[in-house]
Each structure stands twice: as C-alpha cells, then as structure tokens.
Design a protein around this ligand. Sequence first.
Ligand code: THU
Length: 131
Amino acid sequence: MKQSTHLATLARETLRNAYAPYSGYRVGAAVETESGEVFTGCNVENASYGLTICAERIAVAKAVSEGHTRFRRLVVATEANRAAPPCGACRQFVAEFGDEVVVCSVSSSEKRSWQLKDLIPDTFTADYIDG
Ligand code: THU
C-alpha cells in the first residue's frame, strides 16, 4: 500500500515493471481507495497470451486482497501517443465494487477521464443473480 500522492505519477512509475514481452505495450495503474490508500499494478503477459492480466485488474486485486473494496479514482498510464480507456474486462472487474469511480488515462501526450458508469452502463452485478 502507498499513500495517495499523485496517482498518475505512481501509475507511470509502475509501468516500468510491466511484463509485456509480447505486445510491448507497457501499462501501469494506480487505484485510490475511499480511505485514501493507493495500490498499483502493471500488466503481466504470458506465453499463453489469453492468460495476460491487465494493469487495472492487478491494482484492484491487490487492494481487495488487503481488505479494500471501495474506490474513488483509477489512473491508467501508458507510453503510447493516445490515452486509452480500460478494456471491457477491466471495466466489469472494477464495477463489481461500484461504478462511482473516476477513471483517468494518461499517455505521453494526452490525458482523458471518464466516470466508470459511462464506460460501462447497465453493468452486470450480483443483483441479477437469483439466490
Ligand atoms: N492492457 C492493460 O493492461 N490494460 C488495458 O486496459 C488494456 C490492455 C494490456 C494487456 C496487454 O498486456 C497489453 O495491454 C496489450 O493488450
């Protein structure tokens, strides 16, 4: 766990740890919990490509594994020209814990932000599962 300083800086620092020998696309993420703690993640690829885990999911899984399930902000950092939104799987994964999250993406020359609920409207949630 890290104290909340500058989420984009932490996400950029973390992308240096990305394990992305197949795509060469290094991604870092930093998620801030409701209590102000920050957890970071990077993408981890695999020779069996489908096993790849995105940076966002690693950051959120680290937070959840430390007992945090409420999130305020998620920042994703890449070295590309364009600031990309999180992939669909990551949107669903983060929305499991609530869609009141500000998502920000920073690249070498661009910054974009969204509300998670706009990135994934009408999310599939536990409410749809009959007991
Ligand atoms: N990737 C992420 O880490 N986050 C995303 O939201 C999109 C994609 C990673 C997965 C893979 O290692 C590489 O970027 C190219 O898809």
